[in-house]
Design a protein. Structure first.
Length: 378
């Protein structure tokens, strides 16, 4: 880190204060906003931005700004993709300091409604393992002067420190997610091992007591309670099915789909027939596989909760650049366009985000077919 190159004690203390300021338990969105705001204050920049580099390594996936209000941001239009000067830092991740932005050969000018900017300072944000997370872009010091060499050193050191803080937040997020996953598994286990067993015990005791009850009204009430217990047990089993976490470790995509289908039979009592295209694991990416399993779980959950089906057929195949999941049931059917619930909306939005679609065909009394697709290499 470039601390040893900063000779001014006040500047050094300002840098340390800035680093401490971004040490926060905020989520990643709040952290990134805090980083660019603090970097701008550190060197007195009127405007600042933090561009997060996309997975392709050549474009920006996010662009967080400082110095522009929401109305100004909206008037400028879409976020930059990483061309021009912004792209120069992506391709050559080292500090870049300019007295006049427009004079640089890679400058492409500004879109309409963009405020004029002249002075420029850009530095990479590097995480602990040397990965370039993104770049800090700062423009136009409030004193009207060009950015100094010492300002460059300050922001360069700050960028490295910010990368370490991002590392820490990413790790914290992973721990939180792991903790949540473990808690969900514990809850599912407790529901199954404790709550359901107690309900079974209560139901069995009530059934035994029926033989000694002579009053017809009491017998009817006990039978109604038994029906309620059966419905409650079914509801709990469905909830367990929904909150169970998919465990992809050491499992192929086909194995995960087969395991999910098996849960429908073993836990929920619905005959499930599965057909998966041969060699499908080689045809889809890991992100797509994860989303397909989650989408299939939601489709099956909807069937269990609402369809009253006894048989469900699942087909998973590929077509052109898509993976296709078709699920048919022999349930009571419904009218898909009337009062669609959150589950169906989630399925549709998930498919669209992955470059696919979700269509539903249903006939009252004859069952439902859901066709869900996504870009298989996403």
């Amino acid at each position: 880190m470039a601390f040893h190159k900063i000779n001014d004690p006040e500047r050094l203390h300002a840098l340390i204060d800035a680093i401490l300021l971004i040490e926060t338990d905020a989520d990643i969105d709040g952290l990134l906003g805090r980083i660019i705001e603090t970097a701008s204050h550190l060197v007195g920049a009127r405007y600042g931005a933090l561009g997060v580099i996309a997975g392709d390594g050549v474009t920006l996936s996010r662009f967080i700004t400082y110095g522009l209000d929401a109305e100004q941001r909206a008037a400028i239009g879409p976020e930059p993709e990483g061309r021009g000067i912004l792209g120069e830092l992506i391709l050559h991740p080292s500090p870049l300091r300019l007295d006049e932005l427009g004079a640089h050969p890679k400058s492409l000018g500004f879109p309409a409604n963009h405020p004029p900017m002249h002075r420029f300072l850009g530095v990479p944000v590097t995480t602990g393992d040397g990965h370039i997370f993104g770049n800090l872009y700062l423009t136009d010091p409030l004193n009207g002067e060009p950015f100094s060499e010492e300002a460059e050193l300050l922001v360069e050191a700050f960028g490295r420190a910010a990368g370490l803080v991002i590392d820490q937040e990413t790790l914290r997020a992973s721990v939180r997610e792991l903790t949540l996953s473990e808690e969900r598994e514990r809850l599912a286990r407790d529901l199954h091992d404790t709550v359901i067993q107690r309900l079974f015990g209560v139901g069995l005791a009530l059934q035994i007591s029926l033989s000694s009850v002579l009053d017809d009204d009491v017998r009817s009430r006990i039978n109604n309670v038994l029906d309620e217990l059966d419905a409650t047990i079914h509801e709990i089993r469905t909830t367990i099915f929904e909150i169970d976490q998919d465990q992809p470790i050491d499992q192929t995509f086909e194995q995960r789909v087969a395991q999910l289908t098996g849960e429908v039979e073993s836990r929920l009592g619905i005959l499930a027939e599965l057909k998966v295209a041969s060699g499908i694991d080689k045809e889809i990416g890991p992100n797509c596989a994860r989303h397909v399993v989650q989408a299939l779980r939601e489709i099956l959950s909807n069937i269990v909760r609402h369809s009253e089906a006894s048989v469900v057929q699942i087909q998973v195949d590929t077509m052109q650049n898509l993976i296709e999941v078709i699920v048919r049931d022999n349930g009571i059917g419904f009218r898909p366009n009337i009062g669609s619930g959150r589950g169906l909306r989630n399925l549709s939005s998930r498919a669209r985000e992955l470059g696919g679609d979700c269509t539903i065909e249903s006939v009252i009394g004859k069952g439902t077919m859901v066709r869900w697709t996504a870009n298989r290499m996403d």
